[in-house]
Design a protein around this ligand. Structure first.
Ligand code: ADP
Ligand code: MG
Length: 324
């Protein structure tokens, strides 16, 4: 392609809210055959809100939606269910988890803090705070050690997950919700589920990519079940979901596909995604994303929508079909 054509192309793209780093980025994009999409903030809005609060001794009494909560709080619960887990009621569970998550910038943490605020629950002071990226957080609240995170994070702390809680987790995750477990002083206190909405046009954009012969993958730090439930809603093949990928391993996931001979575009919004964006043949930063993601990318989708990725791809194809 002539420099003039590429220049005109980049200008045209900017009108669609697609910013190419340079002419070479346009060229590389047209050769892509595989698109790896981060889940949270890329396919979904990345804006979690709390949907369920389930104290451990109530788990699987009867699901645990917020509508059920009054009943759960009033009811005596099943005597047999009251065996090992710590007996912490829903409001206290939210209070402890939210107090601990005060120190976190993670969207799940923010959702729990927001929920406490909506419920007029006063938070306690944070005496210490520690976070493990992609796993969870641990804090000291009123002299108690509170851990909030995924199952492996709690397991690492020797906290056992009763079978009925596991069942509740499975049910919630099958609905596409993300669950985090809350441990207090070494015992499971309960779980909090959050949900994130899929962006309006994600599904249509992904289907268009398929129609153009591109293969799509989802990559996420979230668990397998939640990831697959979301993938299913946007028509990503469940076999092409890489779940529970730690932030530092996203780059590896991209490299694996490249080693299979794929030309990979990686789309992401977070700091976590930056190394993978650099590794990809084309790194695509989406939305208002973090500066780090934008700096690591070859293409920026200003509108924050995957429809802009389709526009960018079409444009790169058009420019090159015209000029060769
Ligand atoms: P994603 O790729 O979806 O943005 P992350 O890698 O940030 O996910 O996190 C993966 C998982 O680690 C979350 O689904 C959650 O289970 C757990 N986790 C991470 N940070 C926190 C936190 N602040 N509080 C609770 N759980 C967390
Ligand atoms: Mg993300």
């Amino acid at each position: 392609a002539t420099p003039t054509a590429l220049m005109a192309g980049t200008g045209k793209a900017a009108e669609y809210g697609v910013l190419f780093r340079d002419g070479e980025a346009i060229q590389t994009l047209k050769d892509v055959d595989t698109v790896v999409l981060d889940k949270t903030g890329t396919i979904t809005e990345g804006d979690h809100s709390v949907t369920d609060v389930v104290p451990a001794h109530h788990a699987h009494a009867d699901g645990g939606s917020l509508e059920d909560q009054d009943r759960l709080e009033d009811g005596p619960g099943d005597a047999a269910d009251r065996a090992d887990p710590a007996v912490v009621e829903a409001r206290d569970l939210v209070r402890l988890a939210a107090s601990a998550e005060r120190g976190s910038e993670h969207p799940i943490g923010q959702a729990i803090v927001d929920h406490a605020e909506e419920e007029d629950i006063d938070l306690a002071d944070l005496e210490s705070f520690d976070s493990v990226p992609g796993k969870g957080i641990e804090a000291t609240i009123e002299g108690q050690t509170v851990a909030v995170g995924n199952a492996s994070f709690l397991a690492d702390r020797g906290i056992e997950i009763p079978e009925r809680t596991e069942k509740t987790v499975v049910d919630l995750e099958a609905e596409g919700k993300t669950t985090v477990l809350v441990g207090v002083d070494g015992d499971l206190a309960g779980l909090v589920a959050t949900a994130d909405t899929i962006k309006d046009d994600s599904g249509a954009a992904i289907r268009t990519l398929h129609d153009r012969g591109l293969e799509t993958w989802m990559i996420t730090g979230d668990n397998e079940r939640t990831a697959r439930a979301i993938a299913d809603q946007v028509d990503i093949d469940p076999e092409r979901v890489k779940a529970r990928v730690l932030p530092q391993d996203k780059i590896e996931a991209v490299r694996d596909l490249q080693e299979e001979g794929k030309h990979v575009a990686m789309v992401g919004d977070g700091i976590n995604d930056a190394p993978a964006l650099k590794q990809a043949n084309v790194g695509v930063a989406i939305g208002t994303g973090t500066d780090v993601a934008i700096q690591s990318s070859d293409v920026s989708l200003v509108r924050g929508s995957l429809a802009a990725l389709v526009d960018a791809y079409s444009l790169s194809e058009r420019i090159f079909s015209k000029i060769k």
